[in-house]
Write a protein that binds this ligand. Sequence first.
Ligand code: DSN
Length: 425
Amino acid sequence: MTTTPLPTSVAARPTASLFAEDRAVWSLIQRDRRRHNETLNLIASENYASEAVLEALASHLNVKYAEGYPRSRYYQGVGIVDDIEQLAIDRAKELFGAEHANVQPYSGSPANMAAYYALGCQPGDTVMGMELSHGGHLTHGSPVNFSGQQFKIVSYHVSPDTETIDFDEVARLAREHRPKVIVAGYSAYPRIIDWAAFRRVCDEVGAALLADIAHIAGLVAGGVHPSPVPYADVITTTTHKTLRGPRGALILCKSQYAKAVDRAVFPGIQGGPHLSAIAAKAVCFREALQPEFKQYAAQIVANARALAERLLEHGFRLWSGGTDNHLLVIELRDQPFTGAAFAKALERAGIIVSKSTIPGETRSPWQTSGVRLGTPALTSRGAVERDMRQIGDWIAQVRDNLSEEAALERIRLEVRALASGLAPI
Ligand code: DSN
């Protein structure tokens, strides 16, 4: 008689490990961990979640199906996961002072899709969002995304003079097009968002305000960016950027939209919730409720300012002249090299950034005229202002030695020394 072998992870608990079971994947993971520890991660959207978050994420909760919501499920065996999801909901509401929270969205894009549907958007309805190249997100109306394909998109921009949101244009376009939803919240915008100004425009034209705070949620939770909660009808955020939780998302809303949001997420666009991710979100929200998280959020901003100031001293041009939040964008409009070339040279020197389009972009999205830098991840590793000033010096040295392999290698070794002295991941 033959028996079906159990997967090693079940059969051999508690001693089985990835190392024993799959050396190839284990080894790649270790190499990437070393890469992080020996380089400087300035990707504005990335962050290092705590071991507690990762432990919840890797827990046995991965097994569970629980379509529905706490106390109202299509499966049995859900009593305890109901408690987990309810804890995550309660903590999210407490953290942001929101009336309702849905912790099930798999990630930011489905959260935004659910938000549009919850706000009643039908194919052909008008939605206003920031132009992608001016700092918006694909889901705010890009023609290659469901948002741009399903809805009539009217894009607003930053002002060419101040490179900050052009509220005159926002109001003019809103009056002319009467959108159902106006989206505020961005992927590459370095300044404070004036939620009250958006609310005034929305009220004037009868639009709903959707705040996408994916990038700044941790700054909002930490009290260093104004909260959209008093102003927005629905708020979406990822949980893994400045909020420092697991990959995933969260929707907050006023009570009047609670049912519509919940229905839009499930059964509207998602199936079973990922309970291990939801448990990890609960851990993340608790961490963000601690006083130390406020210090962390303040340090993110202080670090971004220090980096911006140093880069300006080195003659770089920054989008809007600096930053009020966790990110900054170096503009390379007048440089002979592209954002892509600069990002690659920086990587050779151990400084990891992402290329970025800039307002009035003339190069392709693969080449770009900017690079975006952010401080959440390095701040999690304990970097402070003096580290940022040093990093600013290295970024300038890379610019001045773009194709000089020996110089890039020398910088890489210096970068590695600093990186290796920060808290390891
Ligand atoms: N891809 C994310 C970012 O880097 O900003 C947004 O979803």
